[in-house]
Structures are given as C-alpha cells and as structure tokens.
Design a protein around this ligand. Sequence first.
Ligand code: PMV
Length: 331
Amino acid sequence: MKIKIKSPANIAFIKYWGQRDKDLILPYNDSFSMNLSSCYTQLEVEYLFSKDYYLWIKNYQEKDYCQADKKLMEKIMKYYQKTKAFFSAKNDFGFRIYSQNSFPIKAGIASSASFYSALAVAFAYGFLKKLPNKKTLSILARLSGSGSACRSIPDGFSWWRKGKDSLSSYAYSIASPKFWDLVDMVLILNKKAKSIGSAEGHLLAETSPFFLNRIKEVKKRLKKIKKAFFEKNFDIFGQLLEEETLSMHMVMMTQKPPLYYLSGRTFEVMKKIVDFRSRKKKCYYTIDAGENIHLICLKKDKKEIYDYFINQKEIEGIIVNYPAEGTQIIK
Ligand code: PMV
C-alpha cells in the first residue's frame, strides 16, 4: 500500500516559545499561524509487511535523495512508538518513505512543522488504515516534539489552543485560506541550517528575565490580533506582528545561554521594511527561529514590494506564499 501526503509549513503570527510541559509539548500560550502555499513537505509512503524502516530525504534544490542519519531515524522510531501507544494499536508496519522539501530546512521556515505533520498522518494511517479527525491528528502532530506541527494540520489560518492537558491542546482552523488575501514573502538571507534548533531553544525560554512578562503581554496581543484579523485591519495586524516578533526574540536573546537567530543582515532588512512602508506600500515583518524574514503584505501590493526587495543586496531569493490548505493525502 502506498500513499502520498503534502503538508505545509506555517508562519506564526503569535508565536509559541517555551513549554510548560516538556514531555507532552504543552505551550504556555495560544498561538496563531497561516499555512504557506509554496513551503511544504511531500512524503511518499510505502507500507511494508516486514519490519524494515527507510527514510530518504531530498532537500531544497538538491538533485538526489539521501538516507536519513541514525539520530533522525532514532527520533522517528520513538515517534512511531509514541503513535502506536497513542492509538493503543496492536499492529506494526514497516515503511519506506521518500520526503521532499520545497524550501530550505532549519532556516526558520518551519521545516519541522511540515515534515512532522506529514509524518503524523503517515503513521496514523499505518496504524488505523484510515484517517482520524483533524483534532486527533493535530494532537498527534504536537506530540512529535515539533509542537508547531499541530498548526499545519488544519486548513488556512490555525489557532493552537494551549489547552489544559494533552487532549485539549490542539490547533483548529479559524478561517479558510480564502478569508484574507495576505501574502507571505519569505526573504531568504541565508539558506544554511542554523546550529541550534528550536527544540533545544524552547527548553531554556524560562531562563530569560523577560519570559513571564512576555506570557502576560501575549495574552493581550492574542485578543487584539484576533480582532484585527477578523476586521481585516491590516495596519493594526501588521504592528502586532512586529511587536510579537521583537517580544519573542527578546526572550531568545536573553535566555541562558542566549540564542541569536537574528543577524546583522536581518536587522538591515527589518529596517528596510519599516522604511519601505513609510514611503510606498504597507508591509510588515515577522521572524521565527532563524535569520530569514517573512514579509507580510496584501496581494494587491505584492508586485511592487517583490520588485523592490528582490533587488536588495542582503536577499538571495524570495519564496512567495499565499494562505494554504492543511495536511492532505494527495494520492
Ligand atoms: O514547533 P517548534 O519546536 O519547531 O517551535 C517553533 C518555534 C517558532 O517557530 C519560533 C514559533 C512558532 O510558533 O512557530
């Protein structure tokens, strides 16, 4: 039996940083994101009767597949066992998976979210021979360790409710991809993989003296951004995106040891975004755990903004994204 799964990365408008339960991957706050149409992982999964486990990976702009290393395979097999226990399944299966990414990995573009949400579907299907509902899949994706993977499962714009316990912490769609014609241009400043991943970074979030303050202010920001989003008030929405980005990176840079995802180039481009919107068209930045910037604008302004930023010396390339569907079986 074979299936093909496609799952998007997502950009967090209000971000998840720090885990109140590090085994169950329970966050301190709700978070809110948009699925990305051009940044996704595609898995071709063949289920085997034998107990053989293969994972082949082809990264962005690479020609050939490479076999996953031992460390990744161990992580994946742990997740396989976790999934088996989650469904109280009695059966086992082997697999041969080919994974392809349409964008650079480990560069702050949520490659683990797209990969693990797709893998959650692959494993759920392997154990159950059918798909459970999206809520269950979202919980399972969260348990992969990449918590934000739970937001890639629902369609369009996702809200991850922090929940009271494991079964109440999941993401659901608050609006379809068609709701608002936002564009996310990923401005690629550096394609190289970062040295410290978010999984490691989350563990130390509480060591920042600004952490508790952030949790308090995020609560207020969540309310404000929801209102701005449903009213399609792009000015307020954009200001909140930037406030939120600075708040999370402030925590990252002041945790112990500090985590510096932003580079000199990132700051140069952030300033250019602020300057461009004061002179030309509205656009705002948001940045996850990496050097690369997500520029958010309205579709009607896309061309002018693209033409300006593609010519900036710091920018190696731009990936243009629209709001997208969540994880899907495509074959
Ligand atoms: O889900 P993780 O472990 O990849 O962490 C994601 C962390 C951020 O991207 C920085 C924020 C977010 O909410 O996506």
